[in-house]
Design a protein around this ligand. Structure first.
Ligand SMILES: [Mn+2]
Length: 325
């Protein structure tokens, strides 16, 4: 069923791209490798087709270790094309892009189960391991996959599968990875950019987060916090803090890991579980994500209203109320 639906979507997407005078490819704010790899991979495809295309991300802080991605230097922070066709990558809702897209034609490419189907065409496969997997299936029969696109899509796949270790890694994932390597992605070079190019700030802020680690509910819930003062002292950027929450989940007794990051305007809450579906929890706080990886933000007012001073208490309260009762 997925295949016949995909076939129709491919025809529609090709027609929309053929008819578009200009195309804007968007990735989500606080970008990760999946959103940027997918966006840059599609950019490489359309650029080589001679299309008038731009690739835009609203965040000014981009993950520096991803600067090896083809066309990384083409990333802009504002949309220059007026009536362009929009292609969105790897976000479940429009507010994740940071732009007013009212009245625009949108092709929504994603794998979040919380996706709100905001596009005119919605190519959303929640069982896929990365948005680049969705994009590969959508585009590989329309356009030839070049080495640059293969590099970008493979990077996205490697990152979102945590090096091919997540529960959504299927034979299809390896088939696509094999195809991408055959078309020019270099797995050794790409892996080096993830494992051997960390910033010192990312390690220093990790040290502080680990120091705050607290276990509650018989060791089932791990909570960590990063305060504004930690961010200021270490010089960490948002990309430097990606993946820290996974250290909580790595513990044997832990079912649920929570990381609270204090921002100037509120708190960013990242949640990971081993098996429990945490999307309802994230949604109940206005966020979203995947079954075992989700998040939301709390304003300072919402956080204060909870009348709980200790971060581990707020996590316990959340989990007792909504998940592990
Ligand atoms: Mn993703």
């Amino acid at each position: 069923m997925e295949n016949s639906k995909l076939q129709l979507q491919m025809e529609r997407v090709k027609q929309m791209i053929d008819e578009a005078r200009a195309i804007t490819i968007l990735s989500h704010i606080n970008p990760d490798a999946d959103t940027l790899g997918t966006a840059l991979g599609i950019f490489a495809l359309l650029f080589k087709q001679g299309k008038r295309v731009e690739v835009v991300n609203a965040s000014t802080q981009l993950p520096k270790h991803l600067d090896f991605l083809p066309f990384f230097s083409k990333l802009k922070h504002k949309i220059d094309f007026a009536d362009s066709l929009i292609i969105t990558c790897d976000a479940g809702s429009l507010d994740r892009f940071g732009f007013d897209l009212t009245g625009r034609m949108i092709i929504n490419i994603d794998h979040h189960i919380s996706n709100t189907f905001f596009g005119d065409v919605n190519v959303v496969f929640p069982n896929d391991a990365s948005t680049s997997q969705v994009a590969f299936k959508l585009f590989s029969t329309i356009y030839p996959i070049n080495a640059q696109t293969a590099t970008a899509f493979y990077t996205a796949l490697l990152s979102d599968t945590r090096y091919f270790t997540t529960s959504n890694v299927t034979p299809e994932v390896f088939d696509i990875a094999r195809e991408l390597v055959a078309r020019g992605a270099n797995p050794v070079d790409i892996a080096k950019n993830f494992t051997q190019r960390r910033s010192l700030s990312s390690v220093r802020v990790l040290e502080r987060a680990l120091h705050s680690l607290t276990l509650t509910m018989n060791g089932q819930v791990a909570t960590m916090q990063i305060l504004l003062e930690d961010i200021e002292a270490t010089g960490a950027t948002m990309p430097d803090m990606e993946g820290i929450v996974d250290y909580g989940r790595s513990l044997a007794t832990v079912e649920l890991a929570v990381l609270l990051i204090e921002l100037k305007e509120g708190w960013r809450v990242s949640i990971r579980s081993k098996t429990v579906d945490i999307t309802p929890l994230a949604k109940s706080f206005g966020g979203g994500g995947h079954k075992v990886a989700a998040g939301f933000t709390l304003s300072k007012a919402e956080y204060t209203q909870s009348a709980v001073k200790c971060h581990s208490q707020i996590a316990t309260q959340i989990t007792q109320l909504r998940i592990l009762q």
